[in-house]
Design a protein around this ligand. Structure first.
Ligand SMILES: *Cc1c(COP(=O)(O)O)cnc(C)c1O
Length: 289
């Protein structure tokens, strides 16, 4: 495996960054998770745009422009001879001193690209669906650390993941500070009720996922009524179908929430049809390499 760090490729054993990098010391940095299918990177420019927006928001200078970054990603895929991959693109604040002041990181940011295979959940769960729980840790407040920033500071989500695991559950529903359903630890959430598709709006504790946007686009084209609307736990419990979306997880059905069986305990018809249409889309669209 060859890993890209600041313009050079390193073997896995030698792919290292400084212990003074503020990405390590403070989680000071931003990232993207991207997938490629059949030598095509899905929604690459959308991911690069979001990375630059995250960086702009935290005043992090990305040392490459968008075009150069796109090239670095496709080059990493080519060097690793990967036709289907999960790509982790990381930009950290870089090497500084032990204080938190980013102005001391004078060497500039560190750009890391890792391309590998990843299966987030076992195949069985994609067929049978997940059992998930609501957890006590609420999603970061937008006025504290806006969830639109895909930041390396991921403890908020990790705490929720730990709480889910403590309950013997694979995934967690995180609520926002008002108690509405925000999202899961690294995935957006959708419910289906009477043929309508609902997902929380991006304004509170919800990251605007690129997979989420793809599902909304597919649904609109298929003339399924979609609503970006606040959702309560009650509405999840009484839904006909529920599923999660994210680049790593792709689309995974949910069949149990806080002990309540959803849709008779089987992945729903609309969910399965959206999974199929999403597969067609990822097979068709993307940046070739
Ligand atoms: C990345 C991420 C998602 C999913 O976004 P995609 O663009 O679909 O991969 C959802 N929630 C959180 C917290 C994330 O970090």
């Amino acid at each position: 495996m060859k890993i890209y760090i600041n313009g050079k490729f390193y073997d896995r054993e030698n792919a290292k960054v400084s212990v003074f990098d503020h990405g390590l010391l403070y989680g000071d940095g931003v990232f993207e998770g991207i997938r490629s299918y059949n030598r095509k990177v899905f929604k690459l420019s959308e991911h690069i745009d979001r990375l630059f927006e995250s960086a702009q928001s935290i005043m992090l200078k990305v040392p490459l422009n968008k075009e150069q970054l796109i090239k670095a990603v496709t080059q990493t895929l080519k060097i690793n001879k990967l036709d289907n991959a999960y790509i982790r693109l990381v930009v950290t604040r870089g090497e500084g001193d032990l204080g938190l002041d980013p102005r001391k990181c004078t060497k500039g940011s560190t750009v890391i690209i890792i391309a590998d295979k990843i299966a987030l959940y076992p195949e069985k769960l994609y067929r049978e669906g997940l059992a998930i729980v609501t957890v006590p840790t609420v999603r970061n407040l937008p006025e504290a650390l806006n969830p639109q920033i895909k930041s390396l500071n991921y403890l908020n989500n990790i705490l929720a993941k730990i709480e889910a695991a403590n309950c013997g559950s694979d995934e967690a529903i995180m609520l926002d500070s008002l108690g509405y359903v925000a999202e899961c630890t690294g995935d957006n959430i959708f419910v289906v009720k009477n043929g309508h598709l609902y997902t929380p709006p991006q304004c509170m504790g919800t990251l605007r996922g690129i997979t989420r946007d793809s599902i909304l686009e597919i649904a609109r084209k298929s003339r399924i009524p979609v609503h970006e609307h606040v959702i309560t736990r009650h509405e999840v419990y009484i839904s006909d179908e529920c599923f999660l979306t994210g680049t790593a997880a792709e689309i995974i059905p949910v069949v149990k929430v806080d002990g309540r069986i959803i849709g008779g305990g089987k992945p729903g018809r609309l969910t399965l049809s959206l999974i199929k249409k999403f597969k067609t889309l990822t097979g068709r669209e993307g940046t070739r390499y």
